[in-house]
Design a protein around this ligand. Sequence first.
Ligand code: B12
Length: 227
Amino acid sequence: MSKDELLAKLEHSIVMGHLDADDEGFDGTMEGTPGTLELLEEALKAEIEPGVLVESFRVAMGKVGQLFEAEEYNLADMLASAECVGKAMEIIGPALQAVSHSTKGKFLIATVEGDLHDIGKNIVATMLKGAGYQVKDLGIDVPAATILQEIRAYKPDYVGLSALLTSTMVEMEHVVRLIKEENIPGLKVFIGGAPTSQEFADKIGADYYCRDVREALDKLEEVSKVS
Ligand code: B12
């Protein structure tokens, strides 16, 4: 199988919520065929880069979102796909983190209160660790007060906030306002998550919006050059 075919199969297995060969997948027909975990193992053997794999996870989850929106998938289907990516990230996480041992700065990251989505946040946290940042991940559904408390205690150079719901973008705005009121010299606020945008970042006073983890890494490099 070529690398492209393997990636296409991996993407499909995620969309189908087909975790492994014991799992029947979304349509109940896939038991006995290689699932996400077996295909991932093959992809790693074929030396497909972890960064390429992460991008294919993002594409797959985008498709899942479309199916949910079209009401072809329900919440449980979305969760099955999320589980595939979650388990896959547990496997490739160490490889992503092994890239660098230097410290480029402290990055505090959280999904804001009311929001339970963590795949994107986890990818960002993992890749930043791999790129040499010291990352503290506060998890999901994190109240503003906890984020502020952690900023005071951990003293990060960067704070990253994630929101995947239009409803929790309001909470993100609230958190950014509270952070900015602290007036901490040099502290930069990064935001991300599918419904956010540069326009939204400008509106709420966040320093940087990142469409994906690649952009986050590029923007961090830029910031560290100027500061
Ligand atoms: C998986 C999923 C779930 C899973 C989440 C499991 C988990 N562990 O995360 C479950 C099933 C729990 C779920 C629940 C719900 N979901 Co949901 N979910 C999704 C789905 C399909 C994929 C999200 C994902 O993982 N994407 C893949 C990752 C890699 O991409 P990403 O998160 O965007 O992250 C990248 C960038 O955005 C960026 N980034 C993200 N965060 C950050 C942070 C920083 C600091 C930086 C720099 C960058 C960055 O970098 C990341 C990596 O490149 C999306 C569809 C979509 N298109 O997003 C819907 C989606 C977000 N969900 C949606 C909805 C409606 C819900 C529910 C309300 C459904 C319900 N009726 O209950 C609940 C809400 C629960 C809650 N309170 O949070 C809607 C949101 C609509 C809206 N505009 O508000 C979407 C868009 C689906 C749709 N098209 O309708 N969901």
